[in-house]
Unconditional design. Structure first.
Length: 150
């Protein structure tokens, strides 16, 4: 027979309550991802970076093609919006843009990153002058996004 002190019993109850809470949270995350994937027209991980276009009278932006500031994002096209999540399991997007605000989409030159892999890229330009640059080692994935957005 195992005997537990009151303190040990309370500790186990507390740990069990924490684990039940954690399980409920993870189930909610899974349901959220499931809902996103069911309702999304298109989704997937892309590497993203943002740039602003120069306003009239401003000098052109610095050439920053050598700056490696690509960040992985889970991108979801759902309804009239594109949502940018840090992870596919996040409840709230970090950024979004309306499809109606997109004025141009197109290809960018491919480039080489780590391990000499070729990265394929495209851009999404909004009427506010925000340019989302998107890249992936999968040319098919980049082309699919371009086709969906054009």
């Amino acid at each position: 027979m195992v005997e537990l002190s009151v303190t040990e019993l309370e500790s186990l109850r507390s740990e069990l309550a924490y684990l039940e809470e954690r399980e409920a949270y993870l189930k909610a995350q899974l349901e959220h991802v499931d809902e996103i994937l069911r309702s999304a027209r298109f989704s997937g991980y892309l590497y993203i970076r943002t740039r602003w276009t120069a306003l009239p009278g401003e000098p052109p932006p610095l050439d920053d093609t050598d700056v490696d500031d690509w960040l992985p994002r889970f991108v979801v096209l759902n309804g009239p919006c594109i949502f940018f999540y840090l992870l596919s399991t996040d409840f709230s997007p970090q950024d979004s843009t309306l499809l109606a605000d997109i004025v141009e989409v197109g290809s960018l030159p491919s480039f080489t990153r780590e391990n000499d892999k070729t990265w394929y890229s495209s851009y999404i330009l909004t009427r506010q002058g925000l340019r989302y640059e998107c890249s992936s080692i999968s040319e098919v994935q980049v082309d699919s996004w371009l086709k969906v957005l054009q």
